[in-house]
Structures are given as structure tokens and as C-alpha cells.
Design a protein around this ligand. Structure first.
Ligand code: SF4
Ligand code: SF4
Length: 124
């Protein structure tokens, strides 16, 4: 069961999770050309080994440990994580379109500062 990056990562993108991931399954990295254009980072569901190292590393608590643990209004981002493939323009665009739709559908949640947004997940 892969780990999932959710909406506190949007525009945060500090890549602290990338630095601790032992299998380099979180993209785009800062040294990849796709980094500037992407709204958030994504975990490759088949490459993730479920080690859990990224969760405490994330300063905004954006990462959930499983699909089941991901709040209902964040579940659209499970698909975004699953389909994103760094360097594939079509799949990158599809993932980013899901994120854009998520932002549009959750104005109250997205108005909360990223550092406080995960705490608000339970009540939205
Ligand atoms: S759980 Fe481990 S392998 Fe999976 S994304 Fe996080 S750090 Fe990487
Ligand atoms: S540590 Fe958290 S906010 Fe930073 S890039 Fe990773 S998931 Fe996004």
C-alpha cells in the first residue's frame, strides 16, 4: 500500500521527503527540470517501499501512510500520485489537472495556510 502526498504539499514543495526517501520514488526532485512547473510532488505507488521515512520529514504533514488513511476529500490525489510519471508530459499534465480540480473544489481548505491544512483535513 503506497504512501500518498496530499494538498499541504501544494506550493510547499520543499522536497524534505525526497531527501530521506531511500528509493528515490518521489518526484520531481529539485534537480529535475520538471520541478519548477509542478504544483506538488508525487509518490510512485509501485516504487514506494512503505518505509515511512517521509512522513516525519514533511514540515506540513502532507503524507498519509496508505490509501485507507487518506481522508475522503484527499482521495482524488491518490490518483494523481498514481499516474504521475516524471518526464512523461501527458501523465504529468493529467496529474496536475487532478490537482487543479482539487484546488478548485476545496476553496475553504486551500485558503488555510499549508502548515495548518492537515489539521483541518479531519473537519472538511
Ligand atoms: S514511505 Fe519510504 S519509500 Fe515510500 S515515499 Fe516515503 S520515504 Fe519513500
Ligand atoms: S516534505 Fe511534504 S511538503 Fe515537502 S515536498 Fe515532500 S510532501 Fe511536499
Amino acid at each position: 500500500m503506497p504512501f500518498i502526498i496530499t494538498d499541504p504539499c501544494i506550493e510547499t514543495k520543499d522536497t524534505a521527503c525526497v531527501d530521506v526517501c531511500p528509493v528515490d520514488c518521489i518526484h520531481p526532485r529539485k534537480d529535475e527540470p520538471e520541478f519548477a512547473a509542478m504544483t506538488m510532488l508525487y509518490i510512485h505507488p509501485e516504487e514506494c517501499i512503505d518505509c515511512g521515512a517521509c512522513v516525519p520529514a514533511c514540515p506540513v504533514a502532507a503524507i498519509y501512510e496508505s490509501i485507507d488513511a487518506t481522508p475522503s476529500h484527499q482521495k482524488d490525489l491518490i490518483e494523481a500520485n498514481a499516474i504521475y510519471r516524471n518526464g512523461d508530459p501527458d501523465l504529468m499534465a493529467q496529474a496536475e489537472a487532478i490537482v487543479a480540480a482539487h484546488v478548485a473544489a476545496q476553496p475553504a481548505l486551500m485558503a488555510i495556510p499549508a502548515a495548518e491544512r492537515q489539521a483541518a483535513h479531519a473537519s472538511h
